[in-house]
Design a protein around this ligand. Structure first.
Ligand code: FAD
Ligand code: NAG
Ligand code: NAG
Ligand code: NAG
Ligand code: NAG
Length: 583
């Protein structure tokens, strides 16, 4: 499964140091290694050269004259040493699992609904930008036919430098695992993953189909902008804070990442705007360090509050991953991914196909098929659980002393989620299909609990932010997830189309049955993150604890926007990268 990734890492490792790929004599853009020789003033300064930051940098420099500096703490590198948090040019899009997923239409209508009925943040308002975000290349005919892949290009565009491609091979076992959902009445099947409808479907992969390589913000945006003299990138440079003149953002202060405690700060000024794109964890952290955030928190860290904005770093969400593992003892659909380990002939063929023309099983990253199901399809308790959510005193489930505006925003979100729990237009359940003789990754797509990302008040500039998931702090999360696991049991154990595979439940295990037993199980085993941190600079009205408005401008500050995953007010029901590219 990680085959493509490790092969790519090996391929780029031999191309060696960054200077080979970006020779000094390239006259166009400038890449300032470790932040040296940066100019003094730019039209725009973008903080973070990740998924969102490089997309915006590419768009802003398209005219050839608008000057942009991107400041990135990581390096221009494709080496296997890249950390799993994406501290590298390209950000998380350089390390992610390449699943190209577009969440349900209702998720985007929900974002807009917090601003009233006419918001342009709606499914129909956003669809053109989804089309612009990715270049969709259909799977080849042979794999389309043999795997029974369906797609509809009317939901996709063809202009972006970031590709949504497909591997040239799929296991028949993956198709069989998808088709087995037809054994459960009411499960919807969807023709295309871009349609905004939940159900069982095939989705593409962030891959350049010609090169059969990861396609991401670096290849699709940095590499395009890199030919322009008005685009500058400073690597190895950590932005510590945004500089304000009164309530106007006028620049940033940064330090070399290699000597962040000892080196003096450098300052660079922005004529137009500072654009924050440091991701769901670091964008709120930088705002707080800049004096923009909850006054009480900043005061306890001895940081002057320039703008009291209680929502910064609050409303933190990620997708919890549930351990629900089922193993088949009679899985005879061949070939399946297990054959790469158990069948030397198949493995040799697979290696040969990759070596000859980059086709075959080795061109698969993490798989392309999954179920994304509405709660009423999964559970007969949808109305009961939605009513319990509506009846909660929502503020009780946030940290004590949470600002009333943040609590009001949480309440608005929970009322929207109650509607979503009753709706067949949102997905709560996600099972990613492996095609192999066991299946285990179950994701809760709309967690109700909210965490925090706050400065460490004991030494805010030198210590990392304190990230508290507060997973399971709303007890209804556990009730929802129990239903997700019970449905998975139905798929594996009470389904005429999976019966022949003779599944055994490895986890949670048959001794976990009641809601209380599930609550205990999740408390012991839940992984609170699928690497999708969002919500910490939420796009919400200010009276609902919002940090940015519908133009992504930070409330109370001129010349400052946030454009990354942190702006999602409610976590979308799907992997987040496609949505970030679209934002
Ligand atoms: C391991 C992993 C697997 C994933 N799998 C998938 C998947 O299969 N499909 C999917 O859709 N999504 C996936 N995601 C999520 C998706 O990739 C992210 O949601 C998305 O890329 C986030 O984009 P962003 O622009 O908000 O942040 P990022 O892309 O993370 O960009 C933030 C950038 O800011 C830089 N930065 C941070 N602090 C500073 C600072 N102080 N100064 C300078 N620079 C700074 C970082 O180094 C980084 O480059 C995965 C993520 C990870 C980490
Ligand atoms: C392929 O999909 C169609 C509907 O989209 C379905 O009727 C058919 O059974 C599927 N074929 C296989 C081999 O699973
Ligand atoms: C949702 O779909 C299920 C399964 O098809 C159906 O039983 C239920 O009535 C639907 N609910 C709504 C609100 O449409
Ligand atoms: C091993 O793989 C080869 C090539 O795909 C196939 O022909 C053969 O049937 C496989 N053997 C077993 C035991 O599955
Ligand atoms: C790729 O190479 C493999 C192994 O040599 C061969 O079986 C396959 O037909 C080739 N595919 C294409 C599209 O050239």
């Amino acid at each position: 499964m990680a085959r493509l990734l490790s092969v790519l890492a090996a391929v780029v490792a031999v191309t060696g140091p960054v200077c080979l790929a970006y020779p000094q004599e390239v006259p166009a853009s400038k890449v300032f290694l470790n932040g040296r020789q940066v100019g003094t003033e730019y039209d725009y300064i973008i903080v973070g050269g990740g998924t969102a930051g490089l997309t915006v940098a590419n768009r802003l420099t398209e005219d050839g004259t608008t000057t942009v500096l991107v400041i990135e703490i990581g390096q221009l590198s494709n080496s296997a040493a890249i950390t799993s948090i994406g501290k590298v040019v390209g950000g998380s899009s350089a390390v992610n699992a390449m699943m190209t997923v577009r969440p349900a239409a209702e998720d985007f209508d929900t974002w807009g609904s917090f601003f009233g009925p006419n918001s342009h943040w709606s499914w129909s308002g956003l669809l053109p930008y989804f089309k612009r975000a990715l270049n969709f290349v259909p799977p080849d005919e042979a794999v389309t036919r043999s795997a029974n892949i369906t797609y509809d290009t009317s939901y996709w565009g063809s202009t972006s430098g970031v590709y949504a491609g497909w591997p040239s091979f799929q296991y028949p076992s993956t198709t069989a695992q998808m088709e087995a959902f037809r054994g459960i009445p009411g499960v919807p099947f969807v023709q295309d993953s871009g349609s905004g409808q939940p159900g069982v479907y095939w989705y593409p992969t962030f891959m350049d189909p010609k090169k059969v390589e990861r396609s991401y913000a670096r290849t699709g945006h940095h590499d395009q902008a890199a030919t322009r003299p008005n685009y500058h990138l400073a690597t190895g440079s950590k932005v510590r804070r945004i500089l304000l003149d009164g309530t106007k953002a006028v620049g940033v202060a940064f330090v070399p990442a290699s000597a962040e405690r000892t080196a003096p700060e450098s300052v660079v000024r922005a004529r137009q705007e500072v654009i924050l794109a440091a991701g769901g964890i670091h964008s709120p952290h930088i705002l707080q360090l800049s004096g923009i955030g909850p006054r009480q928190l900043l005061t306890s860290a001895k940081i002057d509050t320039l703008v009291d904005l209680p929502g910064v770093g609050q409303n933190f969400q990620d997708h919890p991953m549930i351990q629900a593992t089922f193993q088949y003892s009679r899985f005879n659909i061949r070939p399946n991914p297990n054959d790469l380990y158990s069948n030397a002939t198949f493995r040799a063929w697979s290696e040969a196909a990759w070596a000859a023309n980059r086709t075959g099983p080795n061109s698969i990253a993490t798989g392309n098929a999954a179920a994304w199901l509405p709660f009423p399809v999964v559970s007969t308790r949808a109305n009961e659980i939605a009513a319990a959510l509506e009846a909660q005193n929502h503020a009780d489930y946030l940290e004590p002393n949470t600002d009333p505006t943040v609590a009001a925003g949480y309440r608005a979100q929970m009322l929207a989620y109650a509607a979503a729990l009753r709706s067949n237009g949102s997905a709560f359940y996600n099972l990613v299909l492996t095609g192999g003789p066991s299946n285990g990754i179950l994701v809760n797509l709309h967690p109700l609990s909210r965490g925090t990302v706050n400065i460490d008040t004991s030494d805010p500039y030198n210590r990392p932010p304190r990230v508290d998931y507060r997973a399971l702090s709303n007890p209804l999360d556990s009730v929802v997830m129990a239903e997700l696991v019970r449905f998975t049991r139905k798929y594996h154990l009470e389904n005429p189309l999976t019966r022949d595979w003779a599944a055994t439940e490895l986890s949670p295990g048959r001794n976990v049955q009641t809601d209380q037993q599930f609550a205990d199980y999740f408390a012991r085993t839940l992984n609170p993150s699928e690497f999708h941190p969002v919500g910490t600079c939420a796009m919400l009205p200010r009276e609902l604890g919002g940090v940015v408005d519908e133009e992504l401008r930070v409330y109370g500050v001129e010349g400052l926007r946030v454009v990354d995953a942190s702006t999602m007010s409610t976590l979308v029901g799907g992997n987040t990268c496609q949505t970030v590219l679209r934002i």
